[in-house]
Design a protein around this ligand. Structure first.
Ligand code: G3P
Length: 220
């Protein structure tokens, strides 16, 4: 299972890269807005920072087909590892089909239902992004959506990868892995939480305290 970082903050990305757990990055307009920096420039900078082997999703802002295609081509031209993020809907999926023919990979975003995921796969999306946290927010079951998409994609020969998005806690990551989702895009805070367990901290504290009581050093 691959982990992408869900952020437009280059310091967070540098931290995740240092831990060796980051296989790519996803951004969206809200995340880039939080940085207060230019839109295209931020996507380009992140794509260069993570290197060519790691995909970076940059989202179109336009909602009409012609402008969406222009923006998609500009995003794709920023760096070879830029994946164009396109919102679900007839216009977005039409753009995905054309971009696919041009050899551009797309991440279809704002997926909230199994049928939306099916449409994205038929259009030729490289990734589908179901938003599990936002489904949970409306008292529905985000992980059930992943289970349904895994089953549907498993029934056919789709190449679309399931990229679990809107991840809010380690449980989302564990369940996604159990279901065989291809990727989870995770905020740095949640990635940090994945390492943590109180018994790990307590165990280490005891090991070190027991050795310290001997008064000996590492080399003794
Ligand atoms: O990048 C899209 C998605 O991960 C957003 O998450 O927490 O704003 O629902 P969130």
């Amino acid at each position: 299972m691959r982990f992408f970082l869900d952020t437009a903050d280059t310091e967070e990305i540098a931290q995740g890269l240092d831990w060796g757990m980051v296989d790519g990055v996803t951004t969206n307009p809200s995340l880039i807005a939080k940085q207060g920096l230019p839109y295209l420039g931020t996507v380009k900078k992140i794509a260069e920072l993570v290197g060519e082997d790691r995909p970076v999703s940059g989202e179109v802002l336009a909602t009409d087909y012609t402008t969406m295609m222009e923006e998609a081509r500009r995003l794709a031209g920023l760096a070879p590892n830029v994946v164009v993020k396109v919102p679900l809907g007839p216009v977005g999926l039409k753009a995905v089909r054309t971009l696919r023919q041009e050899g551009t990979l797309c991440n279809v975003t704002l997926c909230f239902s199994p049928t939306q995921a099916l449409l994205a796969a038929k259009a030729g999306a490289a990734y589908i992004s179901p938003f599990v946290g936002r489904v949970d927010d409306i008292s529905s079951d985000g992980m059930l959506l992943i289970e349904q998409i895994v089953e549907i994609y498993g029934n056919y020969d789709f190449e679309t990868e399931i990229l679990v998005a809107s991840v809010r806690h380690p449980g989302h990551v564990a369940e996604s892995a159990m279901m065989g989702a291809d990727v989870a895009t995770i905020p740095l805070k949640t990635l940090r939480q994945l390492y943590k367990h109180p018994l790990t901290d307590l165990g280490l504290e005891r090991f070190l305290a027991d050795w310290a009581k001997t008064g000996k050093s590492f080399d003794d």
